[in-house]
Design a protein around this ligand. Structure first.
Ligand SMILES: Nc1ncnc2c1ncn2[C@@H]1O[C@H](COP(=O)(O)OP(=O)(O)OP(=O)(O)O)[C@@H](O)[C@H]1O
Ligand SMILES: [Mg+2]
Length: 217
């Protein structure tokens, strides 16, 4: 297998906290620095994933059993890693991903009250244990973030307590592994957040320039 040189950077956080905004700013910054950048998202960035995403977000799907929901996310991840993320990292690209395993743990674990460790085991199996080099968690009171969305999809419409549990779920994950996370207050300005992210990515690049076995098996 080719020596992995790319970095896997993930943006996490609740709905409407600015993930996509920051993802685009980081991608632009990295491209200006001469990197190949692959911008991707979960769920949905493969042909099979797009079908899974529609099923998950469509209000017409109605109630999904939490385990069925978790398995659909896991299926999307397995396909996404195999088709998009691993090939890009193997050729040295910077992969910048809008949501990853933590969203599954926060939404299907903390949010849906499944056992987080069980969900983590399924996610680990689906992703063959590939962890991001850096996860940027944009943290914001869900009353502010979700409240601004007029036209809610099935998950956004899941209720205040659900979104509070999701926020706590994200913060617990970051707290358990502080070296891999950059937690930022999403209410800060776009520019200040982008600058902090760029700094953290540069530090990570210096630290993880060559990490044998990172993409194994
Ligand atoms: N730092 C910021 N300050 C104020 N507004 C912001 C900031 N960052 C993003 N926004 C605005 O907030 C809204 C949501 O941002 P964005 O779509 O990037 O969030 P998201 O986390 O990707 O949302 P979703 O979960 O719906 O995908 C957009 O209108 C965006 O322009
Ligand atoms: Mg978004």
């Amino acid at each position: 297998m080719a020596e992995p040189r790319g970095l896997f950077i993930v943006f996490e956080g609740g709905d409407g906290v600015g993930k996509t905004t920051q993802l685009a700013l980081l991608a632009e910054h990295l491209r200006r620095a001469g990197h190949e950048v692959v911008v991707t998202r979960e769920p949905g960035d493969t042909p099979a994933g797009a079908v899974i995403r529609r099923l998950l977000l469509d209000p017409a799907t109605g109630d999904l059993d939490p385990r069925a929901e978790a398995l659909l996310y896991a299926a999307d991840k397995a396909q996404h890693l195999a088709q998009v993320v691993r090939p890009a990292l193997e050729r040295g690209a910077m992969v910048v991903c809008d949501r990853y395993v933590d969203s599954m743990l926060a939404y299907q674990g903390a949010g849906r009250v499944l056992d987080v460790a069980e969900v983590a085991a399924i996610a680990d199996w689906a992703t063959r244990g590939l962890h991001p080099d850096l996860t940027v968690l944009l943290d914001l009171d869900p009353a502010l973030a979700v409240g601004q969305i007029a036209d809610k999809d099935r998950l956004e419409d899941a209720g205040d307590e659900f979104h509070l549990r999701v926020r706590q779920g994200f913060l617990a994950l970051a707290g358990a592994d502080p070296d891999r996370y950059l937690v930022l207050a999403a209410r800060d300005t776009r520019e200040r957040i982008a600058a902090r992210v760029a700094e953290a990515v540069a530090a990570r690049q210096a630290a993880v320039s060559v990490a044998p076995g990172r993409l194994a098996p």
